[in-house]
Design a binder for this molecule. Structure first.
Ligand SMILES: Nc1ncnc2c1ncn2[C@@H]1O[C@H](COP(=O)(O)OP(=O)(O)OP(=O)(O)O)[C@@H](O)[C@H]1O
Ligand SMILES: [Mg+2]
Length: 247
């Protein structure tokens, strides 16, 4: 059993960059590669993991029950039926419930023996609340899209982590489209990395299959381009050297 699972926080400056979709994709692929994986949804008020994994209406207990002391964290861990090794803890139904960094640490401590990876889906935005929680992670994945406003926000976020002494950051560029590539975004990919100032972990293409799968609550089609990207990212997370390939 893993005594010290890797705690990965997925965050972004701007909203809607794809954090939850990336939790979904990395969660599926890490689990498929044989890693016992838990996703904890800390984006209160924008609960969506249950829908993404086809478990809407089937989640008996969530983080709200744990934070209010009614249930233990293991009661809120739900097995994803469409993927072995994959589990989720959904955000509270009460959007105004608060969680502290100390509570997150305690939750992770009490389940760490059961998992190889714990992924935290966070809310967007530069708030001390998000910083305090995200800083508990062994690795912070900052998500941006090729959009300049997103890049600016990712840079501000990442700079703030650096200021606070946190150097364990990696960049994910999401929603890269064929148009971006045609219009020279490939050259700009280097620019994105240079601007944000953190090492690239992976690039995920704009992929309707991902939107469809997370909307319908089904696994990604084996031929979808984003699945290949998630697979490569998860392998890199587990220490494999997978070259970046952008088609
Ligand atoms: N690679 C992608 N290709 C196509 N659509 C995507 C991709 N990634 C995310 N999306 C879509 O973008 C929208 C926002 O994604 P998602 O909810 O995952 O973002 P988020 O960062 O978690 O948002 P929030 O800040 O609101 O929590 C969704 O409609 C999702 O289906
Ligand atoms: Mg989200």
């Amino acid at each position: 059993m893993a005594k010290n699972p890797k705690l990965i926080a997925i965050t972004s400056g701007k909203g809607g960059t794809g954090k939850s979709s990336i939790c979904y994709g990395i969660g599926y692929t890490l689990a498929k590669q044989g890693n016992r994986t838990l996703i904890i949804e800390l984006d209160f008020g924008l609960r969506c993991l249950d829908i993404m994994f086809g478990m809407s209406g089937k989640v008996q207990y969530d983080l709200g029950d744990v934070l209010s002391g009614k249930k233990k964290i293991l009661d809120a861990v739900c097995v994803v039926p469409t993927a072995s090794n994959l589990n989720i803890v959904c955000a509270p139904r009460d959007a105004f419930m608060k969680v502290t960094a100390e509570q997150v640490v305690e939750i992770c401590r009490s389940v760490r023996q059961y998992f190889d990876y714990i992924i935290i889906d966070t809310g967007a935005g530069i708030s001390s609340h998000v910083f305090d929680i995200v800083e508990q992670a062994n690795l912070i994945l900052v998500v941006t899209t090729p959009d300049p406003i997103c890049i600016r926000d990712a840079t501000m976020m990442s700079d703030e982590f650096y200021k606070r002494g946190n150097k364990r950051q990696r960049l994910i560029v999401n929603k890269l489209s064929k148009n971006d590539i045609k219009t020279g975004m490939i050259t700009n990919l280097d620019e994105i990395i240079d601007t944000v100032g953190i090492q690239l972990l992976g690039v995920i293409p704009e992929d309707f299959a991902l939107k469809e799968a997370t909307g319908k609550g089904t696994p990604l089609s084996p031929t979808s381009p984003s699945l290949a990207a998630f697979d490569a990212i998860s392998k890199r997370l587990t220490g494999e050297t997978i070259p970046l390939s952008i088609k």
